[in-house]
Design a protein around this ligand. Sequence first.
Ligand SMILES: *[C@@H]1O[C@H](CO)[C@@H](O)[C@H](O)[C@H]1NC(C)=O
Ligand SMILES: *[C@@H]1O[C@H](CO)[C@@H](O)[C@H](O)[C@H]1NC(C)=O
Length: 437
Amino acid sequence: MVRTFVLPLLLAAVAAAEHWAVIVVGSTGYWNYRHQADACHAYQVVRSHGIPESNIVLMMYDDVANSSSNPFPGQLFNKPTMHSSDAVDVYQNCHVDYRGDDVTPKKFLQVLLGDTAAGGKVLKSKSTDRVFVNFVDHGATGMVVFPSHNLYAKDLVETLKTMHERQLYKELVFYMEACESGSMFKDLLPENINAFVTTAANEKESSWGTYCPPVSDHIGTKLLGTCLGDLYSVNWMEDSDKSDLSKETLQEQYNRVKKLTDKSHVLEFGSPSMHDDPVGDFQSNTDHDGPTFSSADKSNNEPSKVDSSVNSRDIELITKFYQYLRSDSKDRTPLAHALMETIQQREMSDHVFRDIVRLTKSSSPTLTASDDPLNDSCLRHVNEIVEQHCGRYSDFGLQYVSHIVSLCNQGYDASIISAHAITACHRHSTKARVFAP
Ligand SMILES: *[C@@H]1O[C@H](CO)[C@@H](O)[C@H](O)[C@H]1NC(C)=O
Ligand SMILES: *[C@@H]1O[C@H](CO)[C@@H](O)[C@H](O)[C@H]1NC(C)=O
């Protein structure tokens, strides 16, 4: 008797559980081609495993597929091929929900919280549902970048905690590709909110692009002049594409990706209890409760991506270098200017931050040094001043955010660091813009 009641109830509960995905790219510019290719590939991974379009939210500026620099207008590729007929266009049916200026940290957090103030599609997830989040872009110590704003670690982790409090998920998985992405979660993300996170890099190193020029940026015989993917991102997606996601566990995917991503340290954070969950619970539309079985490690046959990988801080430079080098003489002048401007911006970033550190350290700290690895309010305050006087950080300049964090930790007050930042910005920004436009 009891059994006949329990089974339908159980089935009803299982049927009601839904799967959701939020995929976000924070960058713009043709030299960041790889981020939008990664995101559309991630979209294809979850779509092809059954998550309906209505349950996927994709935020990306969407300026690359149609860029005049793109030799394949309206198409994006996340992997090089010998023959163009073998190439997979990940832009096809890649449905963008928020594009252009709608790609903001505020809207991203509203999407996660199901807050319709975002003005578009938002999560409508419940306590029985599983949520997969994938963020791809540049980052720095304690922050990741959106087209015109920064998303700070504290705001992201607070939002995840709020989602858990409001029972907006049963379990959540977050894969983050960004430089210093470990700093977004390290010592910040609790282990008891049913969230499992992996990051492309630890808290003090770059992440890396791959399938880069000069040898791996081709589709057939056409050269794209920029990196087609990011190392951590293509490693997890190529693994998901060929694995049985109902059997592969999160821990197995993490271990494989960590091994393949040999230019940075892939890290995990959050709930250890989720290690044995199948990847398919998050990247497909089906739950696979119950015991799972290890699938064979198929990563051994993968071609090495080592030779075509480039530090993501340098990809703007190498993109502009190869665009210039490979151009016809009649088209070369604007490309030469773009290349020189990028080099000047890098020089300026070096000088500005050398001065900020030197000037600040010429006085004594007024606060006691802190054990807290990240003084969020100090970082925000100084960044606001830096960006006001120097402009937005370039992909290269972002590495120096760690210098600000370090000065804050050493007990220098935000107002002191900011005053020196104003001096340094004005001293060095006369010759060229210091940072990206
Ligand atoms: C890209 O170009 C195609 C063809 O002209 C157009 O239909 C599409 O709306 C454009 N997309 C974006 C994001 O500009
Ligand atoms: C963080 O930085 C601010 C601004 O410099 C300062 O007022 C505050 O005391 C610092 N907090 C800690 C815990 O060091």
